[in-house]
Design a protein around this ligand. Structure first.
Ligand code: NDP
Ligand code: OXD
Length: 321
């Protein structure tokens, strides 16, 4: 059936749950026809596009669209597409459900390291009752969050509620109650020097690629419980040099790590990270985009824009986020 309705093109990775995304957009945007690039919509009718790891070139025809949305918080998957229409504004997902999911994951893994849960798992397995283990209080643990954006700020707030001593690092200074803000190149060294648990929620850009390397780890605090710092990365795998993480753990510079993202995803079966006793792995699902929630929030933003409101959460293509 063809209609005169404006079109939202939804361009997804082959393994995405397309049915849930299309159903959710149809429910929340009844004034739009929801099509995929394979439906070959007339480009003059395409008013918006929404994409997650789409095939490069698939969005090239939609030069007249009012915006292209990333269906996730990150936009690196969009910006690798050299055929993305140049003049079309890019916007990213900011969604309360996604934000909550990320903070859940961050709090879980800060606590997992803080309360030494992996050690207790081992002791339970071995039927070992060890009752002389010192446990520091949260207030005595300095957490540092790299990336004090939408996700970093929410995680920071929730960690302060737990009592942790929290700081953040971003390009520009931030005001978050109870959180010490460091910014820019000059702020990195003092930020690292106070950080015993490093949480990474940075985007992957030209400026951040490979930032989690031996030199950075060497700048972290070593006065935490049981020595070296802990690394918790849910930003992007391209931020980290995995060989440097393993070496830093071997040398006691890092004590342990939780990684949700990897240089290569899925993590190859040959990776030494899988069986490393000090590394906890989750399969890039710290904060999934739930179609029902994300489609509802994108639909509200599209409607607001159709009613003359400026688009929010725009991406600066030159900065890469
Ligand atoms: P935002 O854009 O809101 O925040 C990004 C933060 O990073 C900002 O504070 C920004 O600083 C800071 N930043 C960017 N570049 C630099 C730099 N060169 N130096 C210092 N700080 C920098 O993004 P979100 O918080 O919404 O998301 C962050 C990332 O989390 C996403 O890009 C994505 O990669 C990842 N993610 C991972 C998921 C998962 O399941 N593993 C799920 C969702 C997101 P400033 O504020 O000054 O601009
Ligand atoms: C995102 C992600 O960027 O899920 O939203 O990685």
């Amino acid at each position: 059936m063809t209609t005169d309705l404006p079109v939202l093109v939804v361009a997804l990775a082959p393994d995405a749950d397309a049915g849930r995304w299309f159903d959710a957009f149809r429910e929340h945007l009844p004034g739009f026809e929801i099509l995929s690039p394979q439906d070959e919509p007339d480009p003059s009718r395409v008013r918006y596009a929404a994409a997650w790891k789409h095939e490069s070139g698939a969005l090239a025809p939609y030069r007249g669209a009012k915006a292209i949305f990333s269906l996730g918080a990150g936009v690196d998957h969009l910006l690798v597409d050299r055929a993305l229409p140049a003049g079309v504004p890019l916007a990213r997902t900011v969604d309360p459900d996604l934000t909550n999911r990320m903070s859940e994951w961050v709090v879980l893994h800060v606590l997992l390291h803080h309360r030494q849960q992996r050690l207790y798992d081992y002791q339970q397995f071995e039927k070992l009752w060890v009752d002389d283990q010192y446990q520091p209080a949260a207030k005595d643990v300095r957490v540092g969050i790299m990336g004090l954006g939408v996700l970093g700020r929410d995680a920071a707030r929730k960690l302060t509620v737990m009592g942790f001593d929290v700081a953040g690092w971003s390009r520009s200074p931030k005001t978050v109650p109870g959180v010490v803000s460091f910014a820019g190149r000059d702020g990195l060294k003092p930020f690292l020097a106070r950080t015993q648990v490093l949480v990474v929620l940075l985007p992957l850009t030209e400026a951040t690629r490979g930032i989690l390397n031996a030199e950075l780890f060497a700048g972290l605090a070593r006065d935490g419980h049981a020595g070296g710092a802990k690394l918790i990365n849910a930003g992007r795998g391209g931020l980290q040099v995995e060989a440097d993480i393993v070496t830093a753990i071997e040398h006691g510079v890092l004590r342990a790590a939780t990684l949700d993202v990897f240089e290569t995803e899925p993590l190859p079966k040959t990776s030494e990270l899988w069986h490393h006793p000090a590394i906890t792995i989750t399969p890039h699902n710290a904060a999934i985009s739930d179609p029902a929630s994300v489609a509802a929030s994108l639909a509200a933003r599209i409607e607001a824009h159709e009613n003359g409101q400026p688009l929010d959460h725009l991406v600066a293509r030159d900065k890469g986020y």
